[in-house]
Design a protein around this ligand. Structure first.
Ligand code: SF4
Length: 632
């Protein structure tokens, strides 16, 4: 199926709503006045007339005059540029400072990141105006001091917003793909994270500009902002208040100007938020988890391409940490295709993510051994190591749309890997990207390279994703449900493509799927996972005929074949799949197993190796299942 959804233009999206149109017109009027009025009215506004001091409204002076006979309305109009300009300058400081501070935790190590986050949270706890007053005293009375004070006081809130939005993006597939590809942290933030949080940041910038304008007027009104002979609306409000009993308009007019301009920015921000569907994610709260990350080299399997021992993935929770992957061990040989099957929540994808070093905080990964090409995966994190891993290990995610940065052209995203890993120049990297798109049989690779992800169909995107993995020279491809989102025909083509790549280049593969047929057709060996553990490990060719674990046998039984009665509903496995938080002390499958007894419920069976290439975890291996494990 072809996806042709068009990217919306954010400005058009705002303008097409009634409130957005009104807010845009109001803001446009304010900004236009800010540009034109100072040029048109400044000289007239500064003209003194001793014969008309402190006059009320008249045909000549609509809002009256001040203590030096100057026209109040002209002065308010002329002050628009200064008032709005200073507010925008302070907002610029807020945005630049907030973005830098908010993305800092992604750049530094975990401990420093936590310190930065704590500092931001502490600063946010202080009311903004109090902070502005505090900094105004430090930087001194005057325009410069006020700009700095308001700008710096606004940084913590904007930093927290940036941090929350960045965190929500940092776990997305396309960021993971870029990270795995070895894209440097700064580049990752600039190219992949910030463009995708741009809309909410812009919305909040507009709202922030309104707040800065109000804050600036407040400081000037208090006499610690703009100083004479300069004047902004706050200053005019201050002066107008002195003559309010003689001419109330001297205070009302600058007050109205402040309200209108503040409203214009805020209304525009609110309308944009509604039109763009912008929401701010809430911050995660929970207990931290610590786990051993020790590497055990004692059992190293030198011949294995990938060697995994006692792999665990743990997530913090309100009560107890949840162990989603619970001590998984397996090897993958050079050129071997290993599949992992199991229902949702079995821990398949997390196992793959942990191997690819892509489990996001607050998840914690530990392993007695996690070794790839003879090198421990978890002991190094420097740029050289990332570059090496990015060329040797390719990851293909389930949703190719989520795996590409939506704001970058396909070719550029592939080329970026060539530049990062292979040191290619821009043009050479793009040529390699086009070659790779051709290798994965995209019909018009040159054209596809210039298209955005949303302009490709699902199948083409998945091919491009595979092409992205081939930009290096991977010895292992980790494919997490690579065909789930595709229709049957495209699914077959993508699987054939993966098989041909494997055959041509001798690449090993770890294929994750809930589809037992896919695994059986593509893989040499199958790992069956349930409740975060491997319950059976057997050759793919024996899956249908010689599975020994009751869960594997039940999985096989529910797969329809040519003899399946189409008139009857497809069979399903009795009961609900175990969630990681519910797994008890006994066998993980005990709650659904027709053979379960007290021994099964009280004691977990070990994964025993029969020394003939098969492992199984069950106390009653090969016992015939008398009660149907599969129910119609
Ligand atoms: S150990 Fe017991 S409960 Fe677990 S799969 Fe075997 S028979 Fe079933």
């Amino acid at each position: 199926m072809t996806s042709r959804s068009k990217r919306r233009n954010p400005f058009l999206a705002v303008l097409t709503t009634p409130s957005g149109m009104v807010a845009s017109m109001l803001l446009g009027l304010v900004l236009l006045t800010a540009v034109i009025a100072p040029m048109a009215f400044t000289d007239l506004a500064n003209e003194r007339n001793v014969s008309s001091i402190l006059q009320g409204p008249s045909a000549e002076h609509w809002a009256g005059t001040d203590a030096l006979g100057r026209d109040i309305l002209l002065r308010v109009a002329a002050a628009t540029g200064f008032s709005v300009g200073l507010a925008l300058l302070a907002t610029l400081i807020v945005v630049v400072g907030g973005v830098i501070l908010g993305t800092l935790p992604l750049l530094v190590n975990r401990r420093v990141g936590r310190m930065v986050t704590s500092l931001i949270n502490m600063a946010v706890a202080f009311p903004g105006l109090l902070l502005a007053l505090f900094f105004a005293v430090i930087f001194g009375v005057g325009t410069h001091g006020a700009v700095l004070a308001i700008g710096i006081a606004g940084i913590p809130a904007f930093a927290r917003l940036t941090q929350n939005l960045s965190a929500s993006i940092a776990g997305r597939d396309f960021v993971s793909a870029a990270r795995l590809a070895g894209v440097g942290r700064i580049r990752l933030i600039v190219r992949h994270v910030l463009p995708n949080i741009g809309e909410p940041l812009m919305v909040n910038t507009a709202i922030g500009a309104g707040s800065s304008l109000l804050a600036f007027s407040g400081l000037s009104f208090l006499g610690i902002g703009v100083q004479q002979p300069d004047y902004d609306w706050g200053r005019l409000l201050n002066e107008g208040l002195e003559g309010i009993y003689v001419n109330p308009m001297s205070a009302i007019v600058p007050g109205i100007a402040i309200v209108i301009a503040g409203l214009a920015f805020n209304l525009f921000g609110e309308a944009a938020a509604r039109a763009l569907g912008v929401t701010v994610p809430s911050r995660w709260h929970g207990k931290t988890v610590r786990a051993s990350e020790a590497e055990d080299e004692s059992e190293a399997n030198e011949s294995a391409l990938l060697s995994v021992r006692e792999l665990r993935v743990i997530f913090p929770a309100e009560k107890e940490p949840v162990e989603a992957v619970r001590g998984v061990s397996f090897d993958i040989k050079h050129g071997e295709a290993v599949g992992i099957v199991g229902e949702s929540g079995a821990g398949k994808s997390l196992t793959a993510l942990a191997i690819a070093q892509l489990v996001e905080r607050p998840g914690v990964v530990s392993a007695a051994r996690l070794q790839f090409e003879g090198k421990p995966l978890r002991s190094r994190k420097d740029a050289r190591w990332r570059r090496w891993l990015g060329t040797q290990l390719a990851v293909i995610f389930q949703d190719p749309m989520a795996s590409f940065t939506p704001t970058m052209r396909i070719g550029r995203q592939l080329a970026e890997i060539g530049e990062e890993h292979l040191g290619l120049r821009r043009r050479a990297a793009l040529k390699r990207a086009v070659d790779r798109l051709r290798d994965v049989r995209l019909r018009d690779p040159e054209r596809s390279a210039h298209q955005f992800p949303h302009e490709l169909s699902g199948g083409m995107r998945q091919r491009a994703m595979i092409g992205m993995g081939l930009m290096g020279s991977p010895s292992l491809i980790v494919a997490d449900e690579p065909t789930t989102a595709l229709d049957a025909t495209v699914q077959k083509q993508v699987l054939e493509l993966l098989a041909s790549i494997r055959e041509a280049d001798g690449v090993a593969m770890l294929l994750i799927s809930h589809d037992i047929t896919v695994i059986r057709n593509v893989c040499d060996r199958v790992l069956v996972m349930y409740g975060g553990v491997i319950v059976e490990d057997l050759p793919a060719s024996e899956l249908l005929t010689s599975a020994r674990h009751p869960y594997t046998r039940a999985l096989v039984e529910v797969v329809p074949d040519m003899e399946t009665d189409r008139e009857r509903p497809l069979p399903v496995i009795d009961g609900q799949a175990a969630s990681a938080s519910e797994v008890g002390v006994g066998c993980v499958f005990a709650a659904r197993c027709p053979l379960a007894d007290d021994h099964c419920r009280q004691s977990a069976p070990p994964l025993l190796d029969d020394q003939q290439g098969r492992r199984v975890a069950c106390w009653k291996v090969d016992t015939p299942v008398t009660t149907a494990g599969a129910a119609p």
